[in-house]
Design a protein around this ligand. Structure first.
Ligand SMILES: Cc1ncc(COP(=O)(O)O)c(C=O)c1O
Length: 192
């Protein structure tokens, strides 16, 4: 089913499709579904991921090494229009670096997602940036663009959104809000 065909489905219907037997999500059904729990999705780990990890360990390049170079080059080609890509050691590092490169300073105000891993916001607190939390949409648990519009002010320096569980945020709206207000726009993702 193409993304065009699924775009009008409810979250519940999308989850049913993801949980179908033939879905790639079920290549590695590692997590037990306990009674009473609702499983929204399983992370997708391709079968050949194990081989890549084994190769890396046996080559003993467990930090910077040829696979990092290869990853940066391929990522840059595929997603960044050949702009330089820099791999870092963790999601927290990546966000911290991005916030610094965007020039966020102590006392600046940003709008960030209420529902996210704490690591999205910890670098901001570390830098002394003030966070205004935007609520989430009840169907996707992604940032609510209407609340972002309510919170934005001339003090806002950036908006941070988080794509959750493979469901993208409303990027057109968020780009438009950021563009109209001349603020930086960051995105990160959880379980996506
Ligand atoms: C939205 C989000 N931001 C940041 C992070 C931090 O990533 P890491 O644990 O690699 O530092 C996570 C980790 O799950 C995350 O889900």
């Amino acid at each position: 089913m193409s993304s065009h065909q699924t775009e009008n489905l409810t979250l519940h219907e999308k989850v049913k499709i993801m949980n179908r037997k033939e879905s790639p999500m079920n290549e590695f059904p590692l997590m037990k579904v306990e009674k009473g729990n609702k499983v929204l999705f399983h992370p997708h780990i391709p079968k050949n991921a194990n081989n890549y990890i084994a190769d890396t360990l046996s080559a003993r390049w467990i930090g910077q090494g040829p696979k990092v170079d290869q990853f940066e080059i391929e990522y840059s080609k595929k997603f960044c229009n050949n702009y330089t890509t820099l791999a870092v050691g963790s999601g927290t590092d990546a966000l911290h670096l991005a916030y610094l490169l965007a020039g966020l300073k102590p006392g600046d105000e940003v709008i960030s997602a209420l529902f996210t891993c704490t690591a999205t916001n910890i670098p901001l607190l570390y830098m002394g940036v003030k966070i205004k939390f935007a609520d989430v949409q009840s169907d996707t648990l992604n940032i609510d663009v209407n609340h972002v519009r309510e919170l934005i002010s001339d003090k806002t320096k950036a908006i941070i959104c988080v794509h959750y569980g493979g469901l993208p945020c409303d990027m057109d709206e968020l780009h438009a809000i950021a563009g109209d207000n001349g603020v930086c726009f960051f995105m990160t993702n959880m379980r996506s």
